[in-house]
Structures are given as structure tokens and as C-alpha cells.
Design a protein around this ligand. Structure first.
Ligand SMILES: [Zn+2]
Length: 194
């Protein structure tokens, strides 16, 4: 189901009712002019932001695999994503870079971005987002190794002053030859900087 197809009015209204209550509890007046439509807007936004729960990354991945003869590293750099941390339900966002060693098949570039999006549009932690993208590719795409890095800024840390304003967190997951050979991981990281 795509996020555009999600039209369950009953669920939108239920979520909106909870947002209305949250507004009351934080000391706002949900009936003042600027806030009257806010609960409905917020409900639609959170449904959109969590559309990944209603999408299947395996289906997305399978649709875009095609023949490829080469066996040198394929890299897709800086796939932008926006997600929500599961600890505070606040945004974290950044970039995912993917490398893999093909084994007869390749996957379309736009589909890699879709796969990142399916996992990002859920409540997440950065480490799991990175691992889920890596594992999905390792399992659905014939390969000799997959490596995924993710660099992100977390508003739950920045807005609350826990973290220096310019800091970012980087996570990395890898399988296959990338796990066996540190030189391959170094080559991937060097290609990312190039
Ligand atoms: Zn958080």
C-alpha cells in the first residue's frame, strides 16, 4: 500500500483525538483558531511519516533486480532519509550510503532509495535502520557482500541540548566479503570520500 492510498478516516480521527488531548495536557487551548485543524493535520502527518509499516521492502527490492556481469563494488552514495527516533518520537535525518559486490545481479538505484525510505518511515533507531537496509539487500540481492553506512543528526539530542549542535552519529553494518576483508571496507570508505 502506498502512502497516498491510506485513507482510513476512522484512524485519522482517533489519532487526532489523542493529539487534541496532548495539546490540552501541555497547556494549550485546542479550540483556539490556529490549532483547530492541527490535530487532524498532525494525525495525517504521523501516518505519512510512518508509512513504512504498511510497505514491504522485500517486494520493492525484488522488482528492480536485473542482470549484471561485473563483480567490482557498486556504490550508491548519500541517499537522503528522514526518520523518527523510537525513544522520543522526534526526527532524525541524514544520509545512507550503500555498497555491494554483485554476483550476477544489480539493483536499480531508485529502488535503493525506496528501500531506505520504507525502513526510515517507521519509529527507528539509527543502528537498526542501518542493519535492516544491509540485511534486506544481503538476503534479496545475489551478492558477495553488502556494506551500509548511515550518518544522521538527532533532534532529540540537539533540541534538548544533549549533543553539540554540529555533531552527527555514524553507524555501519556489513556482510560477506566486507566482513572478511578490512581492505574492502577501507576501499568502500575511501570511495565514499572521493
Ligand atoms: Zn531520541
Amino acid at each position: 500500500m502506498s502512502r497516498k492510498e491510506f485513507h482510513d478516516e476512522a484512524i485519522v480521527n482517533q489519532i487526532a483525538e489523542h493529539y487534541r488531548e496532548i495539546l490540552r495536557l501541555i497547556g494549550e487551548d485546542p479550540s483556539r483558531e490556529g490549532l483547530v485543524k492541527t490535530p487532524i493535520r498532525a494525525a495525517k502527518a504521523i501516518i505519512d511519516i510512518t508509512a513504512g509499516y504498511r510497505q514491504d521492502a522485500v517486494e520493492v527490492a525484488k522488482k528492480a533486480v536485473f542482470e549484471h556481469a561485473g563483480s567490482s563494488i557498486v556504490i550508491v552514495k548519500d541517499i537522503e532519509f528522514y526518520s523518527m527516533c523510537e525513544h522520543h518520537i522526534l526526527p532524525f535525518f541524514g544520509k545512507v550510503s550503500i555498497g555491494y559486490i554483485p554476483k550476477g545481479k544489480m539493483i536499480g538505484l531508485s529502488k535503493l532509495a525506496r528501500i531506505v525510505d520504507v525502513y526510515a518511515r517507521r519509529l527507528q533507531v539509527q543502528e537498526r535502520l542501518t542493519a535492516e537496509v544491509c540485511n534486506l539487500l544481503a538476503e534479496t540481492l545475489p551478492n558477495d557482500g553488502v556494506i551500509v553506512t548511515c550518518t544522521a543528526e538527532h533532534l532529540c539530542m540537539k533540541m534538548r541540548g544533549v549533543e553539540k549542535q554540529d555533531s552527527a552519529t555514524t553507524t555501519m553494518e556489513y556482510t560477506g566479503k566486507f566482513a572478511d576483508d578490512i581492505r574492502l571496507r577501507e576501499e568502500f570508505l575511501r570511495l565514499l570520500k572521493a
